[in-house]
Design a protein. Structure first.
Length: 109
C-alpha cells in the first residue's frame, strides 16, 4: 500500500513524497511531488492499480488534459443556436444514414 510523507525543505517550503513497493521487484519506490493533492491522487491511483506506477502515471496524464470550461461550452451552444442555417433542419446524407445502420430512416426533403 502506498503512503504519503510530508517533507520540509531547507528553505521552509514543503513537498510530498509518495512511497510504494514495486510489484515486479518488491523494492521500495518513491517520487516527490509539489502539492499534497497530487501526492494523494497518485497514492489512490497506485492503491487502485496494484502499485503499478506505469498505470497510475498514464491515468494522471489522461486526467491532466484540459476540459472545456462551462463558459466555453455555453458560448459554443449559443453560437450554434443563433448561427444561420441553410435549408432548415439537417437531413443526413447517404453516408451518415449508412453509418447509423438500416434501423434508422430519415425523411428526404
Amino acid at each position: 500500500m502506498a503512503s504519503v510523507r510530508k517533507r520540509t525543505k531547507k528553505d521552509g517550503s514543503t513537498s510530498f513524497m509518495v512511497c510504494w513497493r514495486d510489484p515486479a521487484t518488491g523494492r521500495e519506490q518513491g517520487i516527490t511531488l509539489a502539492t499534497e493533492a497530487e501526492a494523494v491522487t497518485l497514492k489512490r491511483l497506485l492503491d487502485a492499480n496494484k502499485q503499478s506506477f506505469e498505470i497510475a502515471q498514464h491515468a494522471m496524464v489522461q486526467n491532466q488534459t484540459k476540459a472545456p470550461t462551462v463558459a466555453a461550452v455555453i458560448q459554443e451552444h449559443i453560437d450554434l443556436l443563433v448561427r444561420p442555417s441553410v435549408g432548415g433542419p439537417h437531413v443526413p446524407n447517404d453516408a451518415e444514414a449508412a453509418h447509423r445502420g438500416r434501423h434508422w430512416s430519415y425523411p428526404r426533403g
